[in-house]
Design a protein around this ligand. Sequence first.
Ligand code: FAD
Length: 397
Amino acid sequence: MTDTTSTRTERTRVAIVGAGPAGLILSHLLAEAGIDSIVVDSRSREQIESTIRAGILEQNTADLLRRIDPATRVDTVGHRHDGIELWFGGEGHRIDFPSLVGRSVWLYPQHEVLKDLLALRLGAGQDLRFGVTVERVDDDGSGHPLVAGRNADGSPLVIDADFVVGADGSRSVVRPVVTGSSAGGYFREYPFAWFGILCEAPPSSDELIYSNSPEGFALISQRSPEVQRMYYQCDPTADPAAPSDAEVWEALQARVPGTTLNEGPIIQRDVLRFRSFVAHELRRDRVALVGDAAHTVPPTGAKGMNLAIADVVLLAEALRALLVERDERLIDGYADRALARIWKAQHFSWWMTSMLHSTPDASDFDHRRQLGELRSVVESEAGQTYLAEAYTGWPLA
Ligand SMILES: Cc1cc2nc3c(=O)[nH]c(=O)nc-3n(C[C@H](O)[C@H](O)[C@H](O)COP(=O)(O)OP(=O)(O)OC[C@H]3O[C@@H](n4cnc5c(N)ncnc54)[C@H](O)[C@@H]3O)c2cc1C
């Protein structure tokens, strides 16, 4: 553990732990406000740029990326999607976003977003350090919280900041100083997971297909003209290496009856567990949490990365008021404003999840009720509009 008394202390205005989408965009918005920051991440740049995660950007997220980064590839590598297909009862029901809410989403994988953001911030001279592992944050209420950790070469690091932001993901080391414990939050675990694959084959569908079938849930997504991303519901303890490729294709095809999926070599497999979490506190004194450090949503509503970025927009505004204008009102209101959106996103993610997946103890009544719920959505303009509004994203602050 780092001894903060004998180690040379570095100074910055805002210390940001984590160079994921939340930490990188926050550093950019702070720089726009003339506030310097140090961003540290325990992983290497190569690891950050190659981790496959989220893929759907809400309209406002795509607009924000275009505004802050003239070189963003969201419109060249990414693809605009004007709808999704809800698949049940052997047929698809398209939800058309532009005609319902005048907005769209963009399929642009998170690791491509991160490549753009890392190039943007490093090009702007951001103090951004890879391979630096934060061990703890100390905040004695003096207005100068300390970040303590290890540099890439193992030497100790101490940063003295005016404010510390935990953008360090779901296993946040910053969280305990805010909530009092690493687990301090509202939590729900789901009795299923997603078996995810990347495969070399052209897209099976132009838009995402969310399927509820008697066999369970499947999501047919895309990644590029040559690679598809697909998921099907599995047991949380499933071993990603266990099924043969043929068994994976059989499971997927059975969950989207009436379609024919393009099959190809499976190049990656993973099992993604489902959790919902919201930290009890998002800020204490001069330390705040954003993104997955503050909350986790199941991926069904495609909200994770978008919600992280929405937090950051609010926090950047509050930090500008605090550190430039010495106005504490926005930072005092940060948690309440962020939580209003977080709980809406939690509800949407839970709703999509529960409407589309089968639980192990589901009865025939439960399956038929789900089909009634899906019909209530697709056969009603109000139902479709709610889904379109939430999926394409509520306005940012
Ligand atoms: C396997 C997986 C699949 C996902 N799929 C989807 C999806 O399909 N759709 C969706 O919407 N969302 C998905 N998500 C969620 C989405 O990726 C996250 O919501 C998003 O990455 C949150 O961004 P963030 O910046 O808050 O955190 P992260 O992206 O997790 O970034 C946190 C960063 O902090 C760094 N860090 C952690 N601890 C330390 C430490 N002690 N010291 C220094 N650095 C540290 C990490 O290395 C990491 O780079 C997925 C998440 C995972 C894990």
